[in-house]
Design a protein around this ligand. Structure first.
Ligand code: PHB
Length: 395
């Protein structure tokens, strides 16, 4: 009995109104002894594609483990969180208290993650984040039961300030969606750009998930900066790159970003993305055996290409599985699970990584450039970069 997530959406049960428990693989659900993973991801709105990629990556990791640990089948309870921070605490509470989730996986949007963090700090439920970079999750709000398999917003953006300066950029404008991820991403760029000696002309913030960029692009053309660093992702990133080229800025002002500007949307951006320079903890083109194998397996399972989001979903699955393996699938043994997860070395398509004391990946940040419609890896912008984890006091 395999029910696809599309079925869940089609019945309206995942659209924030409720949730359904599904086995990840064939076979019947064992209600008493199974492992239930509560999944909060966006399946509608600007981040919908990111949610799909994360879930497919997570499913692949679970499938490769045989869909079970210690004979206990892993099932998912899936909620479309709509990237709506206001609904996050209620959704998380419902998954834990009404639906009986043993573990939580989520989310994409930093504000949604913040809501989940609040809930699991109370309940003690183990949470693994497969994307959202909110600093607080592994900073001021860090906790033994909160883990991230992705990045902090600071991490992929920080190396770009120095890269920009080293490549001759002296004046910059930053632009992002006006919420946690945007602020923290441009803030990290501004931090390293200023430290290198660059000057910031202006920071432009756009309400999330607004994609009316035109007036801001006109302003940027008038400011004439050497470079512009932005944070946009998903459908918004596709629109931004198209508008940037249409405004005549392509080739006149250097466009810099974290890799989220092209991940999953590069093909649709086409020639407009040519030359964009980015920093990220992953690149499709990494020629490691792990990445080549993962990309082939993902293509086979999901019938589409992998991106950073699928890698993060896969690694969130790997991290959970390490914890579950240590307790032979008994998710009630939280301290033993946490101890195993803290010690885990994840053999990721991005490269091997371990977790910091604050439970955030310590990882290489690659420098990438779009050349000939492909993301080319120019090198490592910062090796083994650890988030500063400002304000984290582990209980
Ligand atoms: C976030 O909200 O933390 C976020 C969303 C999308 C990304 C990266 C970060 O691609």
């Amino acid at each position: 009995m395999t029910i696809s997530r599309r079925t869940v959406i089609a019945t309206g049960l995942a659209a924030g109104a409720g949730a359904l428990s599904l086995p990840l693989l064939g076979g019947c659900e064992k209600r008493s002894s199974g492992i239930k993973v509560g999944v909060m991801l966006p399946f509608t709105g600007t981040y919908a594609q990111l949610g799909e990629q994360i879930l497919a990556g997570f499913r692949l990791a679970v499938a490769e483990a045989g869909g079970q640990v210690g004979g206990r089948e892993i099932s998912t309870i899936i909620v479309d969180d709509e990237s709506d921070p206001g609904k996050a605490p209620e959704n998380a509470n419902r998954l834990i208290n009404a639906q009986g989730a043993d573990l939580l996986l989520g989310s994409v949007h930093s504000g949604v993650l913040a809501g989940m963090v609040k809930v699991v700090r109370e309940s003690g439920t183990i949470l693994v984040c497969p994307n959202a970079g909110a600093a607080s999750a592994t900073g001021a709000m860090c906790a033994p039961n909160i883990f991230r398999a992705s990045f902090s917003n600071w991490q992929p953006a920080f190396p770009m300030g120095k890269v920009a300066f080293d490549r001759g950029c002296r004046t910059a404008v930053t632009m992002a969606w006006n919420y946690g991820a945007g602020e923290e991403s441009v803030g990290a760029f501004e931090e390293s750009f200023a430290a290198a000696g660059g000057s910031l002309l202006k920071r432009i913030m756009v309400p999330f998930p607004n994609v009316e960029f035109q007036a801001h692009l006109t302003e940027i053309a008038a400011l004439k900066p050497d470079c512009v660093f932005v944070f946009f992702a998903g459908a918004g990133a596709l629109k931004f790159v198209k508008d940037w080229a249409a405004a005549g800025l392509k080739g006149r002002v250097r466009l810099l970003s974290t890799g989220f500007i092209t991940e999953g949307v590069l093909k649709d951006q086409g020639a407009d993305a040519e030359g964009i320079l980015t920093t990220l903890h992953y690149a499709d083109a990494l020629q490691t055996p792990e990445n080549l194998r993962f990309r082939a397996a993902f293509r086979e399972a999901a019938k589409r290409e992998a991106d950073v989001y699928s890698v993060q979903g896969y690694d969130a699955g790997q991290l959970m599985l390490k914890g579950l393996a240590a307790v032979n699938g008994d998710a009630s043994q939280r301290p033993a699970m946490i101890a195993a997860m803290e010690k885990a070395e994840i053999v990721s398509p991005r490269g091997r990584f371990t977790l910091s004391a604050a439970h955030n990946p310590v990882q290489d940040i690659y420098l990438r450039e779009v050349q000939g419609g492909k993301e080319v890896v120019l090198g490592v912008a910062h090796a083994a970069l650890s988030d500063p984890a400002r304000g984290c006091r582990m209980a």
